[in-house]
Design a protein around this ligand. Structure first.
Ligand code: PFF
Length: 450
């Protein structure tokens, strides 16, 4: 039985909601993960698959999660169960909410480790550590950080504490305010780096690498990676957007809001690509070098551009903030669930959840050094957590959410709620009922068979 200890808060404005949703969506996924996945998956083939997945799968699922969240007004588990019951369906749909919560929980463990890298790099850049250094020295600095379990643990801990404190304070004030100020600044600084690249070579090559259609590299694996990343970057398939939807006032237009979030998120990811790949190419670095990509490329630019120390420090500060506005959204559903379903207060729920996630994060970071030989089905712990969530939990949870919305809920009330004319409604139904679910299923089956 749900115990509601306090009135469910509402966002102070629809602008506040947009900023918080963008705050969740835009994070390390855009700036750290997108570029290295592009690099590992052969460039434009990944970008094209990703854009396709964002538009035809991510967008409708984002709308579905908000709509369901707004109807349910509770944590994701109770929301799915209640909405299903009100439609005369089984309460066991609540399991979708549970798998989403589990996804967010697992992601935060390794997300916090990378948030820690960004924190560490604030201090490295600010102290002028990269000035005049070549790419070998910068690569060695990164490798040294990875090799040190102690350093990684300290920064992961700091990041996790920051996240927990903000979540413990409460949802609206903390999230809205940070997102409002810092997101535009992050966009601006990315464009400054892109501008630097236009002047310093490698730009044309990077544009061709990212956008020249080369479908020969479009394998089932690349499709699955792109699909999983579309979920990761939009924060869907995890119950987070369902939880946010529960704070959403009725006056907010879901389709328009989703369009804003999707466009901003995509623009930031592509800008990150244009900030990073020119540096990779003009310095002869390997685009497929994996999770360290931004940490071995961007410091080269910061070490050589005018005011590079200031710009670089600001950059790592801002991506840390972007990471925090995402990490608080990863922690929120678990905390909301514990708070509403157990006698624990918000503070105790936050501490309990953060501690377990922190411990799992330690296991993840040890896979870069002391436990590097320990693998689960061929993957280190860090990679295993990433793959399990991005490639399985998120797409399957998102799939269940869109199937629930499009096939199990009363469609007339959804048409009204989305405010769609007959023509647009038909298009929506084709996408929500067929295109999005079938795309996820086909990608899965092809990958499993391959
Ligand atoms: N979307 C965030 C990013 O791209 O960094 C990461 C994330 C946040 C994933 C929240 C999932 C989530 F629920």
């Amino acid at each position: 039985m749900a115990i509601n200890k306090q009135e469910h808060a509402q966002w102070s404005s629809s602008l506040g909601f947009v900023l918080a949703a963008v705050g969740s969506a835009v994070g390390l996924g855009n700036i750290w993960k997108f570029p290295y996945m592009v690099g590992e998956s052969g460039g434009s083939a990944f970008v094209i698959a990703y854009l396709f997945c964002i538009a035809l799968v991510g967008f409708p699922i984002l709308v579905a999660e908000w709509l369901i969240g707004r109807r349910g007004q509770k944590n994701p588990v109770n929301t799915f169960a209640d909405v299903a019951a009100s439609e005369g369906k089984s309460r066991s749909w609540g399991i979708i909410g549970a798998s989403g919560i589990l996804g967010g929980f697992l992601i935060l463990s390794f997300y916090s480790v990378i948030g820690g890298w960004a924190l560490n790099y604030i201090t490295k850049v600010a102290s002028g550590g990269f000035v005049g250094q070549d790419s070998d020295a910068i690569g060695a600095t990164f490798d040294a950080m990875l090799a040190s379990a102690g350093t990684l643990t300290i920064w992961h801990t700091v990041f996790m504490i920051l996240t927990a404190v903000i979540v413990g304070i409460g949802v609206t004030s903390g999230i809205e305010k940070t997102a409002k100020i810092l997101m535009p600044l992050l966009g601006l600084i990315l464009f400054v780096i892109v501008g630097y690249n236009v002047m310093n070579g490698g730009f044309g090559e990077a544009v061709a690498y990212l956008f020249a259609p080369d479908l020969s590299k479009l394998t089932a694996d690349v499709m699955l990676a792109a699909l999983g990343h579309a979920f990761f970057t939009l924060s869907i398939g995890m119950g987070i957007m369902v939880a946010y939807g529960s704070y959403l006032g009725r006056e907010v237009n879901l389709l328009k809001t989703a369009r804003t979030v999707v466009i901003l998120d995509t623009v930031i990811a592509l800008a990150a690509g244009l900030a990073i790949f020119p540096i990779i190419f003009s310095n002869g670095l390997d685009p497929a070098s994996g999770p360290g990509l931004i940490f071995v490329s961007l410091p080269i630019a910061f070490g050589s551009m005018g005011a590079g120390t200031i710009i670089g420090t600001l950059f790592f500060l801002l991506i840390t903030f972007a990471a925090i506005t995402s990490s608080i959204s990863l922690l929120e559903p678990t905390v909301e669930f514990l708070e509403e379903r157990t006698p624990m207060s918000r503070t105790v729920s936050t501490i309990a959840a953060s501690t377990v996630i922190w411990l799992l994060g330690i296991a993840a970071l040890l896979s870069f050094n002391l436990w590097s030989d320990f693998t689960i089905m061929g993957n280190g712990i860090f990679d295993a957590l990433d793959k399990l969530t991005s490639k399985f939990i998120l797409p399957l949870t998102g799939l269940a959410a869109i199937i629930f919305l499009a096939w199990r809920m009363d469609q007339r009330s959804i048409q009204q709620e989305l405010g769609l004319s007959e023509g647009a409604w038909k298009l929506w139904q084709i996408i929500a009922k067929f295109v999005a679910p079938i795309a996820v299923i086909v990608v899965f089956i092809t990958t499993l068979m391959g």
